[in-house]
Write a protein that binds this ligand. Sequence first.
Ligand SMILES: [Zn+2]
Length: 427
Amino acid sequence: MREMNAETAGLQHSSLGDEIVGRINRLGQISETPEHLARVFLTPEHRAAADLILAWMRDAGLHAHLDAIGNVCGRYEGERPGLPCLMLGSHYDTVRDAGKWDGPLGLITAISCVADLHRRGRRLPFAIEVTGFADEEGVRFASTLLGSRAVAGTFNERVLSSKDSAGISMRDALAAFGLDPDHIGAAARAPSELLAYVELHIEQGPVLEAEHLPVGVVTAIAGATRLAASLTGMAGHAGTVPMLLRRDALTGAAECITTIEELCRTDDGGLIGTVGYIHAMPGATNVIPGQAAFTIDLRAPTDAHRKRAVADIVRQIEAVAKRRKLVLQVDVTHENRTVPCAPWLKAQVADAVAAEGHRVFELPSGAGHDGMAMIDIADVAMLFVRCRGGISHHPDEHVEVADVDIGARVLLRLIESFQPGPRSAKM
Ligand SMILES: [Zn+2]
């Protein structure tokens, strides 16, 4: 089967996927420790990765440099110099014990697509820029999207004084990397310089695999609301307090959690809810829990839907608490708006998928991406590539070379047939 795939892939196309996978493997070796891939913002490994990506960009015919936050920026001029650009990209930092595809696939595929244009001497009526965002995961300074926020001009200078777990401030880390922390503003781009931002990324979920499709068109990057809930009842002796007289905070939390699960399960609008943390106090085998705290992570393809769901969930767990004579406290700890992919741009991604002979399938992104920051200066679209088992943020993350090749061909077709769209009203 494998041999047949290699043959039927066709001679003129097989090189893109192979080149990309070779580079993914090479970049995946640049890590803090050899056993577990970790390439965290502004570390020596991060710098070594940036240098390698710069070299690949230059090979591909891009003018490349590091910007003020450590993003690797490459530019391929259009039919004449200075034209606004179609920006492509993804991030080159990783989580700890990461897979090697999350981020680098989109970045390296974009570089290979430009290299292909360059080999053919093809110039387009717009420039192409490829950006390797320095920090998307936010591992080191607990603040995500630092690279794309700097490009979008929304970088919050206050985070410069935040410190990593070793007590090193971002300001000092930037200086050690060879960057000037007082000039982050220089990384910002004007909306007039960008025609659109398009990112190819692994799906990080199992939907495309279940649909037997190599690629999918993203509808929106789902917004998220995180809540911290706490239930207070009455602690007591596990042997002496009869069941009907108890105010057990942990069983109350258990009922709240299954209520949340049921509400999300029966929702037909793509609502996703997770309780990923629970803590019971006093936390002893022979004591009725007097207090239980848990978190709720809620995501939906639209802000209106998510907000409605938050209200529904709070109402339902309030009812649980009331019936069980528990005191409920709920706080919103984090809120991210939904970032819709621009219809005009999404349609061009879909056309490229169809033109490459694949069924067009749309899906939302449950995970966050650099587009969440880029939307402030450009319309955004994303192309997802199937990954094995939907696994990501894990060393088992894997993409088949045939799918890498298909993703690259779709992206290349999108670039070559790209038509600038209407500038959106927010500019
Ligand atoms: Zn990513």
